[in-house]
Write a protein that binds this ligand. Structure first.
Ligand SMILES: C[S@@+](CC[C@H](N)C(=O)[O-])C[C@H]1O[C@@H](n2cnc3c(N)ncnc32)[C@H](O)[C@@H]1O
Length: 261
């Protein structure tokens, strides 16, 4: 029996794997704080997978987490990591900035979104941040671009916001502020708790820095892959990154590596 771990799985998991997240949303997901270590024994896992989790840890905690992944993997075991691709975001930012400066209004719309992708996800002080507010707009100026970048995930968020639209946005904001006010917490405590809640990006990676991190932690055979390709047996059957032929998070940098034998 193979042991496959999906760490920080959120709602994206397969029943045959061991799935972990802060909060268990399903019987197949075990609750744990990954910053306290991965709750499995040394050399026990065939696969360790995490998607859009590593960037939620500080650079220092991220390194400890990858060291933990190395500890729990069997020799020859595979680590697969998906993170937002810093290099791609920066290239998109520069390209659309130039277009916007040259008077291309579509590029200006894309520029507005890509800045949110880069900055808002790191600096926000409350759930959803400016990205969330963008999805709440009656018309999203760069709608097609957002779907291109965030794929099915963006469509799911947009549809959820559309459904919730009967309550006006401003009344939702007022409701949220009331909850915060009622909680009796001062602003610093609320912001501190939020920033440690696992939603915010605390660091970002490109293939160069993630490759270096994997190497420093002892991994070999480091590769950049795509959502369809993997060294994990029957990868596509688990439908973790591609569902019904659609890529869930096209903005991902996907890398795999092996723990040496
Ligand atoms: C952006 S979501 C990604 C979810 C899923 N892996 C995916 O790709 O759709 C990040 C997930 O990491 C989880 N997470 C963040 N920090 C965590 C921690 N310290 N311990 C456990 N889970 C954590 C969050 O609860 C959240 O479900």
């Amino acid at each position: 029996m193979k042991t496959y771990l999906n760490l920080g799985c959120g709602d994206t998991f397969h029943d045959s794997w061991s799935n972990f997240d802060f909060v268990s949303s399903h019987a197949a997901v075990k609750p744990c704080n990954l910053l306290n270590g991965i709750p499995v024994t040394d050399n026990s896992a065939d696969v360790v997978y995490h998607s859009h989790v590593l960037e939620h840890f500080s650079a220092e905690n991220g390194k400890s987490f990858i060291q933990e992944c190395f500890r729990v993997l069997k020799p020859g075991g595979i680590i697969r990591i998906a993170v937002p691709d810093l290099e791609n975001i920066v290239k998109e930012y520069l390209k659309n900035l130039e277009g916007a400066r040259n008077g291309d209004s579509k590029a200006a719309d894309r520029y507005e979104w890509i800045k949110l992708e880069l900055i808002d996800q790191m600096v926000r002080h409350s759930g959803g941040g400016q990205c969330g507010q963008y999805f709440f707009r009656e018309n999203m100026p760069a709608e097609e671009y957002v779907y291109e970048r965030w794929g099915e995930t963006a469509r799911v968020i947009r549809n959820a916001y559309k459904k919730a639209h009967n309550a006006s946005f401003s009344s939702k904001v007022k409701w949220k502020l009331k909850q915060i006010f009622r909680s009796g917490e001062d602003e610093a405590t609320r912001v501190g708790k939020f920033r440690l809640s696992g939603e915010v990006h605390l660091w970002m990676y490109d293939s160069f820095s993630l490759g270096n991190l994997l190497r420093e932690c002892g991994f070999g055979e480091i590769q950049v892959l795509d959502p369809f390709k993997s060294n994990i047996n029957n990868w596509n059957e688990f439908a973790l990154e591609v569902r019904e032929g659609k890529i869930m998070k096209p903005d991902s940098l996907v890398m795999e590596a092996k723990k040496p034998l």
